[in-house]
Design a protein around this ligand. Structure first.
Ligand SMILES: [Zn+2]
Length: 171
């Protein structure tokens, strides 16, 4: 089921999500809805708080991006084990419709999480999938890509976003 995507500055996007205690039918339903919602919005990653649920769950599918490795993952209670290298990437966010900002991220991350069956796994992500992971991982911590900017860059991005919202509200 496609759910409504929460947009900034909703409070649920600005506080850390809760760890998932048990992977039950409800969590499996949420994961399925997150994929439905992400594909419907033509996104490549989604965090549970973006559909209003303060839970440590993210989904990623980079398959639609042609020049990137095809990585499709469910990550529940994810952790970063190692991170290295730096890349700059222009990112969009389904919770900031129309806005893109250039953010610096790690080039490679080794992550650990549970999948939707409750199995523990580790994986190394590199390049675009690593960037998507870090963007969603920030969401789970209550951080948005605006928080990765400083000073005037953050202020400009925020002004641009408010302008986009006003224009969107008029049409
Ligand atoms: Zn986002």
């Amino acid at each position: 089921m496609v759910r409504r995507i929460v947009t900034f500055p909703a409070e649920v996007l600005t506080r850390p999500t809760e760890r998932v205690v048990e992977i039950d039918e409800n969590v499996k339903r949420i994961v399925k809805d997150m994929f439905d919602t992400m594909y419907h919005a033509e996104g490549v990653g989604l965090a549970a708080n973006q559909i209003g649920l303060s839970l440590s769950i993210m989904v990623i599918d980079t398959t639609p991006k042609e020049d990137a490795p095809n990585v499709k993952l469910v990550l529940i209670n994810p952790e970063v084990l190692e991170a290295e290298g730096r890349v700059r990437f222009r990112e969009g966010c389904l919770s900031f419709p129309g806005l893109t900002v250039e953010v610096e991220r790690f080039e490679r991350v080794r992550v650990r999480a549970l999948d939707e069956r409750g199995e523990d796994f580790e994986k190394t992500l590199e390049g675009f999938p690593a960037v998507v992971f870090q963007h969603e991982f920030d969401h789970l911590k209550g951080i948005t890509f605006l928080d990765r900017l400083s000073g005037w860059r953050k202020r400009l991005a925020l002004e641009k976003y408010r302008k986009l919202q006003r224009e969107g509200a008029r049409t």
